[in-house]
Write a protein that binds this ligand. Structure first.
Ligand code: SAM
Length: 251
């Protein structure tokens, strides 16, 4: 089958890493799993052997038909759907582990769609481009994605996978991440759209002092506990909550 680059079809072939993903996913015969982008089914097969039920979403109908024929089982369903278009209500409350070797071009959209939804899930295990993983993971340098995701969940790196483990080999390194939802900041969730606006303006010019962004948000003369000479990447989530509160008090 001719692979489609546009759909990020780099298939993981190395059994060492496939097994490592399954072990780190903590799936077992009581777990119901959702897989995004099963492709030719390398992970799918291992998930099926180790879980109670698997529901998969695959955009390429050729692989969808292939998987339907290969795994005729009452504990497997595959849908020919774009994950970005599905209603997350199609994922039942007891489908609690979400996994996938994500297509690189839409990984961040898929992750944001899940974390900002009110879907109830135990955790996600995703294989994504290393550079993108670094933008999601909380570190000493904040990014818009790391702050946005901290509102809903913890994102931790588990291990890296080299290009040679895939066929065809991608040009970039990959990282497996674990996403675990939390409710630590739930009081800020109703302000999520303003929070995103604040982050967009603060990270628009990450090299400039934060005071410039504060002026653009019309909160330049408000009092803040952080140093106004800081750059966006030096501030932490609580600093952004302070900015959010000031921003909301004047709109
Ligand atoms: N799971 C396989 C593996 O680990 O080898 C394939 C992973 S491959 C990186 C990504 C898969 O996602 C491809 O099979 C591709 O067709 C599918 N895909 C791409 N965009 C998608 C989307 N928006 N929704 C669902 N599946 C998608």
């Amino acid at each position: 089958m001719k692979l489609k680059k546009s759909l990020g079809q780099n298939f993981l072939k190395d059994i060492f890493y496939l097994d490592k993903i399954i072990t780190s996913s903590q799936i077992n015969k009581t777990k119901n799993v959702v897989e995004i982008g099963p492709g030719d089914g390398a992970l799918t097969e291992l998930i099926l052997q180790n879980s109670n039920h698997l529901k998969a979403f695959e955009l390429d109908n050729r692989f969808c038909e292939f998987l339907k024929k290969k795994y005729i089982s009452s504990n497997f369903q595959v849908f020919n759907k774009n994950f970005l278009d599905i209603d997350l209500g199609d994922i039942a409350i007891n489908e609690n582990i979400i996994m996938g070797n994500l297509p690189y071009n839409v990984s961040s959209q898929i992750i944001i769609k899940i974390i900002e939804s009110n879907l109830s899930y135990q955790h996600c295990i995703f294989l994504i481009q290393k550079e993108l993983a670094n933008r999601f993971i909380k570190s000493s340098k904040s990014s818009k994605l790391s702050i946005q995701s901290q509102l809903f969940c913890d994102v931790e790196p588990l291990f890296d996978i080299p290009p040679e483990a895939f066929d065809p080999a991608p040009k970039v390194n990959s990282t497996v991440i674990k996403i675990t939802p939390h409710s630590q900041y739930k009081k800020y969730i109703p302000s999520y759209s303003n929070f995103k606006k604040v982050l967009t303006i603060c990270f628009a010019n990450p090299r400039k002092k934060i005071s410039t962004a504060l002026k653009n948000l019309n909160v330049g003369s408000s009092k803040f506990s952080f140093d106004l000479n800081s750059r966006a990447e030096e501030l932490e989530i609580n600093d952004y909550f302070e900015i959010l509160m000031q921003y909301e008090s004047q709109i």
